[in-house]
Design a protein around this ligand. Structure first.
Ligand code: BYC
Length: 317
C-alpha cells in the first residue's frame, strides 16, 4: 500500500510524462477541486453566454444571419453540456453545480455581464469574445485531465466557426454605410477591453496559475494567452479598417508584439464581484428559466427510468 506522499510523487511523474489523468485515477484533492472549479466555471460561461446572443435572434437582419446565430447559440448550449458532463466525472452533480452558480459560489466569465446593445455587438461577441475563447481553449486541448482535453478538441472546432461568423458581420458592416461603420466601431470600443479581461488577472496577481501550470491544468499563463490574442486581433482590426480603442498602443519591433495601455483591473474586480452592468439580469434570468424547466427535467428523468424498467422486464421475461 502506497503512502500519500508516494501517490503524489507518482501523480506528478505521470503528469510530467504528458499522460492524461482519467476519472478513476487517483488524484490529489486539490487537483480535483481546481478541475471542478475551472470546468464548472467554464460550463456556466457557455450557458450564460447564450443570453446576450439569444436577445438578438428575433432581430437578426436576414434569414441567413438568424440561422447562423441560432446554430451558434445551440453550439454554446452543447459546449455547456460537454463541460458539465466532464465535471460530473469528478464526483460533483449537475444540480450541485447549478446550485453553486445560483448562490454565487461559482463564477462565470466576466464578459457576459456586459449588454449586447446593437447588431454590431453580435459581430463583436463572435469576433472578440469567441476569438479570445479560442486562444484560451486551443491551449486547453492539452490540459492534463482527459475528459476536459477531449471536450476542448471538439469545442475548438465549433468556436472557429463562431469567430468567423463574428468577423464576417464586422467586415460587412465596415464595408457598409457610415452609420453601419459607426455602429461597428462603437461595439469594438465597448467590447475590446472586457475581451482582454477574459484571460483573467495579470500573472503576478493570479491566485491559481502557478499550481495549475505545474499540474498542466493550464498550459499557458493568462498574460501569454492575452498577448497572443492581442497580436492576432490587432492585425485583423487593421485589415477591416476598424480602430482599436487604445491611442497609446504601439508595435514593439524588437519583441514583435503589440504593446497596449494598462488594463482597468478595478473594472474587472467589480464585474467578478457581482457589480457589472448585467450580473443581476444574467443570474436572475438563469434562476427563472431553471425553475420553469423543472417539469421538463422531471419528465425526461421519469421517461428514462421507465425505459430502464421496461428493459429490465424484457430481460427477465
Ligand atoms: N471571469 O487565478 P486566476 C465562451 C477568477 S466563454 C470571471 O487567474 P484561473 C463563450 C478566477 O476564477 C469562455 N472570473 O484563475 C461562450 C479566480 O477566482 P476563484 C469561458 C475570472 O482559474 C458563449 C480569480 O479570478 N472560458 O467560450 O487560474 C459565447 C483569480 O484568477 C475570470 C473559460 O472559462 C474571468 N474572465 O484562470 C461566446 C476557460 N478570470 O475561482 C464565447 C477556462 C479569472 O478563485 N478557464 N477569474 O473564485 C480558464 O482558462 C481559467 O479559469 C481562467 C482563469 C483563465 C479564466
Amino acid at each position: 500500500m502506497k503512502t500519500a506522499e508516494e501517490k503524489l510523487k507518482d501523480f506528478d511523474a505521470y503528469i510530467e510524462s504528458e499522460e492524461k489523468i482519467e476519472p478513476k485515477d487517483w488524484m490529489p484533492d486539490e487537483y480535483r477541486k481546481t478541475m471542478i472549479r475551472q470546468l464548472s466555471q467554464h460550463a456556466h460561461s457557455e450557458v450564460i453566454g447564450m443570453q446576450p446572443e439569444g436577445n438578438w435572434v428575433l432581430r437578426a437582419p436576414s434569414l441567413r444571419a438568424k440561422k447562423i446565430l441560432l446554430a451558434k447559440i445551440q453550439d454554446e448550449g452543447g459546449h455547456g453540456l460537454y463541460l458539465y458532463s466532464a465535471a460530473e466525472t469528478l464526483g460533483i452533480s449537475r444540480d450541485e453545480m447549478i446550485e453553486q452558480l445560483h448562490s454565487v459560489k461559482a463564477k462565470y466569465s466576466s464578459i457576459f455581464n456586459y449588454p449586447a446593445l446593437t447588431w454590431a455587438d453580435i459581430g463583436a461577441i463572435g469576433w472578440l469574445v469567441d476569438g479570445a475563447a479560442i486562444v484560451n481553449q486551443i491551449s486547453l486541448q492539452r490540459t492534463s485531465y482527459g475528459p476536459y482535453s477531449r471536450a476542448m478538441v471538439r469545442i475548438c472546432k465549433e468556436e472557429s466557426f463562431h469567430q468567423r461568423q463574428g468577423y464576417e458581420i464586422m467586415t460587412t458592416m465596415m464595408n457598409g454605410t457610415a452609420e453601419q461603420k459607426e455602429m461597428a466601431q462603437d461595439a469594438m470600443n465597448r467590447w475590446w477591453w472586457p475581451s482582454l479581461m477574459m484571460f483573467g488577472p495579470p500573472d503576478n496577481e493570479s491566485a491559481h496559475t502557478k499550481q495549475s501550470m505545474q499540474w498542466k491544468i493550464k498550459r499557458e499563463s493568462n498574460d501569454v494567452l492575452r498577448q497572443r490574442f492581442i497580436d492576432k486581433t490587432v492585425d485583423q482590426a487593421h485589415f477591416i479598417g476598424i480602430t482599436v480603442p487604445d491611442k497609446n498602443m504601439k508595435f514593439n519591433e524588437s519583441t514583435q508584439h503589440w504593446e497596449i495601455s494598462p488594463i482597468d483591473w478595478e473594472e474587472f474586480k467589480q464585474v467578478i464581484s457581482g457589480n457589472g452592468p448585467c450580473n443581476h439580469k444574467r443570474l436572475s434570468h438563469h434562476i427563472k428559466v431553471h425553475k420553469q424547466g423543472k417539469w421538463v427535467r422531471e419528465a425526461a428523468l421519469a421517461f428514462s427510468k421507465n425505459q430502464q424498467k421496461n428493459k429490465a422486464t424484457l430481460f427477465t421475461n
